[in-house]
Design a protein around this ligand. Structure first.
Ligand SMILES: *Cc1c(COP(=O)(O)O)cnc(C)c1O
Length: 382
């Protein structure tokens, strides 16, 4: 099988699995317990937190472990909205956020008396600093803009957005789930107040994530119970997953340059190959301000879900828009926001490369794709 769906998830690196194993069996203690085996788990967690803090250039206590990117996004948005509600109830975000941010904000607006502004993006997927500046009001408490988009790979100008928010006394959150493992996560350079991460997008285990919360930013807990994670996220620590998260992040940033060079070479070969051989194919997202691993297209007269099934039968794992929307026939809201027609927004193909992808995988994918598109476009015409 040729796996080209790394934006949906990645395989766990065997070195990460190796690091995790003792924490399932020998060091199985509850990190909150007052005995040696509990303390051992606790110290492994604090070691992991320090490793992650090193990559983020922050203090360890500014990192809260969660079950993944979705929970981190929910915690950030709900946590700020609730804590700041006396000061204001206006939230600002973009039209292309992951549902964990977008739906959380619209739900707060629909049911809890919040107001939201959902900013348009241009045809490359970038937000306009001017539009953001106009949208921020005296009663705005949160600006949430993702670092890099999961469907089109476009990277946003995070430091500039953070500056704009701070000039107006607004808290800035970014969903960095897609960016992690490819772009800098230095929270001082980025200037973010809150940042969401998820380990399974960078060769770590599924079901573990983190929210960076800058010192001084108060947020309300979304999950209550025991006093875990500074009272912000109750629940027994998932020690093996936390240890795996830290190992995966550490490896990703130790190997960042080699990995990115590899991704970029393959991504560029993929983009060039598809645009040269597939009639009616258009690159979506930004031509160069995009994730090194990310190629995405719309293809005229194709239904995305037929193409994905066809490729799957030929042993190629690709994706239409994003994994979360697989199986749905609705056009991608991200592609609609970019200005594509509903027909083209249903004709999307996302190919995301990984550490094990080879040049031969790319060549074979382009060959198979050319045949698939020819067959499917013929069906569409007939
Ligand atoms: C995958 C993803 C999420 C969700 O993360 P999970 O850990 O799967 O809950 C959130 N935001 C973006 C941009 C993603 O790509």
């Amino acid at each position: 099988m040729i796996y080209l769906d790394h934006s949906a998830t990645t395989p766990t690196d065997p070195r990460v699995v190796e690091t995790m194993l003792p924490y399932f069996t020998t060091v199985f203690g509850n990190a909150s317990s007052a005995h040696r085996i509990g303390h051992q788990a606790q110290s492994a967690i604090e070691q992991a937190r320090e490793t992650i803090a090193g990559v983020l250039n922050c203090q360890p206590h500014e990192i809260i472990f969660t079950s993944g990117g979705s929970e981190s996004d929910n915690l950030a948005v709900r946590g700020v909205a609730w804590t700041q509600r006396k000061r204001g109830k206006h939230l600002v975000t973009t039209a292309i956020e992951h549902g964990a941010v977008g739906k959380t904000i619209t739900q707060l607006a629909d049911t809890q008396g919040f107001e939201c502004s959902i900013l348009p993006i241009d045809s490359t997927g970038k937000v306009s600093l001017h539009e953001v500046s106009n949208a921020l009001r005296l009663d705005t408490t949160l600006l949430s803009v993702m670092y890099a988009n999961n469907e089109i790979g476009t990277i946003q100008p995070i430091p500039q957005l953070a500056d704009l928010a701070h000039e107006r006394g607004v808290i800035f959150h970014t969903d960095a789930v897609q960016a992690a493992g490819q772009l800098s996560l230095d929270v001082q350079k980025l200037g973010v107040d809150l940042m969401s991460l998820s380990a399974h997008k960078f060769y770590g285990p599924k079901g573990i994530g983190a929210l960076y919360i800058r010192d001084g930013i108060e947020i309300a807990p979304a999950q209550t119970g025991g006093g875990h994670e500074r009272g912000l996220r109750a629940g027994t620590h998932a020690t093996p997953l936390i240890v795996g998260f830290a190992k995966a992040l550490e490896l990703a940033y130790q190997e960042l340059e080699t990995r990115n060079a590899h991704f970029q070479t393959l991504r560029d070969a993929l983009i060039k190959g598809v645009l040269n051989t597939i009639p009616g194919a258009v690159l979506t997202g930004h031509p160069h301000d995009r994730l090194p691993s990310h190629a995405s297209f719309v293809i005229e007269e194709i239904h995305g879900s037929f193409l994905i099934s066809y490729l799957d039968e030929k042993g190629i794992a690709a994706s239409g828009a994003s994994a979360c929307k697989a199986g749905s026939q609705a056009p991608s809201s991200v592609l609609l926001a970019l200005g594509y027609s509903p027909e083209l927004a249903s004709a999307s193909l996302r190919l995301t490369v990984g550490t094990h992808t080879t040049q031969r995988d790319i060549e074979e994918t382009i060959r198979t794709l050319a045949i698939a598109v020819k067959n499917l476009q013929r069906v569409a015409v007939a």
